[in-house]
Write a new protein. Sequence first.
Length: 191
Amino acid sequence: MSEINYMETGRLEAFYDAIIAIIVTVLVLELPQPASASLASIWAIKTSYFAYLISFLVCTNLWQYHHLIYHHVEKINAKVIWLNILLMLIVSILPYLTTFVANNPFSFLTQVLYGVDFLLINVVLFMMAKLLIKINPDQDFLKDALDIKNAIAIPSLLFIVGLVGAFLGYPILISVCILITIVRSILFSLR
């Protein structure tokens, strides 16, 4: 591939930032208002707050991860752009799935769809990191981003644990496992 096919990252980063900002805004706008100004009314919609928290953390973790990676990337190509577009497609479904899972927290189907979206995000991020390493071979930091154990294996294992729990009658365990994965990822990034 010739040098002419490579691009700088600035426009992609700006696009990504804008999409994440819109998704986070839609997430908060989808939160239902309590029926009255009482703690009981607020507690009645606790599943909406729980689903919002998970989705918000997914979005902010993605933003932080994207920022961290692209700080070290010098060039991208059309494949990277299209992987980012695919990533944005998958992430943009989060507000819909958040409302769906908040309204049906004990539904096997809603929890599985929510979990699959999260798993697809991790797969696309892994593919993107692998491609970025190929395009930017001198960036050793990117090789750390391609940690199969942290990027794919642990989130997949936790999703399977949640899925097994869902089959056993505890569908909300999928959301709990996603939350554990996100918190783990945030703590890992703070090191």
